[in-house]
Ligand binder design. Structure first.
Ligand code: NAD
Ligand code: UDP
Length: 341
């Protein structure tokens, strides 16, 4: 199999010597996605150079519009499930490439397994070749439908390995196992974060996740699609908080796994009510079937994030949703949201 060589120049435009001493060149896989684009932005803001590697399968070039003029930023369209190397210095690799929304990974099952396995190994090899820090964006989905609540990092999870969600859950569990094995056998500087449901600007309006769906439906005056009776819970984290945690993990030597999420837990029905209140919408509610293996509850224990990274979220749901609603309201959103099947 051919190896793609990524040869892009990034340059630090700033002459401040302290910034030069502290700056790193960071490869962000999945950098054109929702979280990845916010991470690229945060890294550029702290003075790093960023090489964003993305195949645009679920990400969008327009997420990067604000950075294309920045000489410290480069974008390359590459599928990281195929072998690739990056020329020049690499100080850190943040591996975020993967479909993440349930409708996306149901549509792309083999690609999801490929990027969790081969893609993760390619990104790990890149980090090892450069002696770079490697951070894996894992997920609360490794806990499956959890039997321990709230979820601590030492809980091993309850995942159906052959159900429709397994392409994502098991890909991430394999990715964690691979990263841990590279840390043991290759002395790779690995950090694993388990991200809980995160929302905010730059979610795709049609991505089918609950926050983007409810916000778009409420703004359009369409019924909010609650799957099941809406008693299942999630704990929603605003994107700025989450990205602050990723940046802290990149800067630390913490191996993890570390949960990153907002521990305030809500039912899906409560989320629908909050979105209706914040948007002032009079949309009705439309109950649809609960997807197979939909986890009944989710709440992170974030004690380790606090101890290891000094991290805790600061944006509450009311404020985060207000910012998210304002962002969606300013954009075209005439889309049908994916169903629950
Ligand atoms: P997203 O779909 O917006 O972003 C994923 C990005 O990865 C996209 O830009 C996509 O084009 C890219 N990508 C996918 N396969 C690729 C491949 N083979 N090669 C190169 N690029 C590829 O999703 P997101 O919400 O930004 O999630 C980012 C990461 O965080 C994912 O790894 C996801 O599993 C993890 N995560 C996210 C959440 C969340 O709530 N947003 C929760 C848990 C974990
Ligand atoms: N959900 C819903 N309506 C939607 C989309 C999702 O009721 O339009 C539910 C879904 O069944 C799940 C929760 O909201 O219980 C969170 O779904 P999401 O896809 O955002 O994230 P995940 O299932 O990966 O936690």
């Amino acid at each position: 199999m051919d190896t793609t060589t990524i040869s892009v120049s990034t340059a630090l435009p700033r002459l401040d010597p302290t910034a030069v001493a502290a700056r790193r060149r960071v490869v962000v896989t999945g950098g054109a996605g929702f979280l990845g684009s916010h991470l690229c932005e945060a890294l550029l803001r702290r003075g790093d150079e960023v090489v964003c590697v993305d195949d645009l399968s679920t990400g969008r070039r327009e997420n990067l519009d604000g950075f294309f003029g920045d000489p410290a930023f480069a974008f390359v369209q590459v599928d990281v499930s195929e072998p690739f190397v990056v020329d020049g210095e690499v100080d850190a690799v943040a591996h975020l490439a993967s479909p993440a929304s349930p409708p996306d990974y149901h549509r792309l099952p083999l690609e999801t397994l490929a990027v969790g396995s081969r893609g993760t190994e390619n990104a790990l090899k890149l980090a090892v070749a450069h002696g770079a820090r490697f951070v894996l964006a894992s997920t609360s989905e490794v806990y499956g439908d959890p039997l321990v609540h709230p979820q601590t990092e030492d809980y091993w999870g309850n995942v159906n390995s052959v159900g429709p969600r397994s392409v994502y859950d098991e890909a991430k569990r394999f990715a964690e196992a691979l990263a841990a094995a590279y840390a043991r056998t290759e002395a790779a500087d690995v950090g694993i974060v388990r991200i809980f449901n995160t929302y905010g600007p730059r979610m795709r309006p049609e991505d089918g996740r609950v926050v983007s769906s409810f916000v778009v439906q409420a703004l359009n005056g369409d019924p909010l699609t609650i799957y099941g009776d809406g008693s299942q819970t999630r704990s929603f984290c605003y994107v700025d908080d989450l990205v602050r945690g990723l940046v802290a993990m990149l800067a630390s030597a913490e191996p993890g796994p570390v949960n990153l999420g907002n521990p305030t837990e809500r039912t899906v029905r409560e989320l629908a009510e909050l979105v209706l209140t914040i948007t002032g919408s009079d949309s009705s509610v439309d109950h649809q079937p609960l997807p197979v293996d939909d986890p009944t509850r989710r709440r992170p224990d974030i004690g380790r994030a606090d101890t290891a990274l000094g991290w805790a979220p600061t944006v509450d749901a009311e404020e985060g949703l207000r910012r998210t609603v304002a962002w969606f309201a300013a954009r075209p959103r005439a889309v049908a949201v994916a169903g629950s099947a």
